[in-house]
Design a protein around this ligand. Sequence first.
Ligand SMILES: Cc1cc2nc3c(=O)[nH]c(=O)nc-3n(C[C@H](O)[C@H](O)[C@H](O)COP(=O)(O)O)c2cc1C
Length: 313
Amino acid sequence: MTSNISEIDLQTQLASGGKTELILKNPIMVGSGTFSNGVELSKRFDIDKLGAVVSKGTTLRPRLGNPIPRTVETAAGMLNSIGFQNVGLSAVVNDYAPRWEKWNTPVIVNIMGENFSEYIELVEALDGIPGIAGVEVNISCPNVEAGGLEFGQDPQLAGKLIKAIRSSVQLPILVKLTPSVADPRIVAESVAKAGADALTIFNTIPGMAIDIDKRRPTLGAVFGGLSGPAIKPVALRHVFLVSREMDIPIVASGGVVSGTDVIEFIMAGASAVQVGTATFVKPDAAWQILAELVAWCDSNEVSSLSEIHGAAK
Ligand SMILES: Cc1cc2nc3c(=O)[nH]c(=O)nc-3n(C[C@H](O)[C@H](O)[C@H](O)COP(=O)(O)O)c2cc1C
């Protein structure tokens, strides 16, 4: 017998308690920067079937991004150096949020500030806006206040930032961690203590490519972030390490291209996953992955994701 999606309990919770509740109908989210702000693909596919949409990284003011080329394919993924090309805070609040409000799927706004006060200004402007269900704080960007250190690599700074954000807003707060640390548990613990509701593990891994004909780096910005299937085993290890020690919802991001990838991440302790690079290969990848997840649950007689959550720990 084949179950349909409504017969399997796919619901997952990323934030709980009072005003900051965030419950997804299923664990399939789309990752920041790989789905634009969702409007284009919502015209072709049923957006309401997704667990959640994460916006493009949003900065205070619009940004044009880095010099081209900004993407290059690799053996099992891609490198990108988009450089935060985005429409800026005011367009997100005034043009996008009213459209998102009509969707029956939550939209989480991914934000990137250059310093403390920019992050606070961003979250305060987004708090309480209909159509915005949460923020995902990207802490893997250069930080001018700390002399070029990345927020995401400095547990004290990261904790201080999330504490300040927590005390400024009611919105659910996801914190997107960097893969560029020896032990992901240290920053994870610091931001969880500071009041993060959930952790997104993780962002792209720094890398580069060289054009041998031109004898130069391929990307205009020289370095980029590696994503796609190549990084999945690394993301899986980070999710596993953090979830074994901490009781906080984890959103896995890194190389999800199939239903079995989702099962692996859930068994490692993730509560949800983000589909990123896979969308560049197939625009409806997230929907296909959801269908594969349902089919797997069906053939393995799993009636609720709670039966397999953290099973491999
Ligand atoms: C073209 C591109 C743009 C991205 N832009 C952002 C961004 O603006 N903010 C962010 O936090 N992550 C951004 N990411 C990272 C993705 O959200 C995701 O974390 C990463 O690609 C790993 O997942 P994947 O292997 O499924 O792509 C971007 C990734 C790609 C490929």
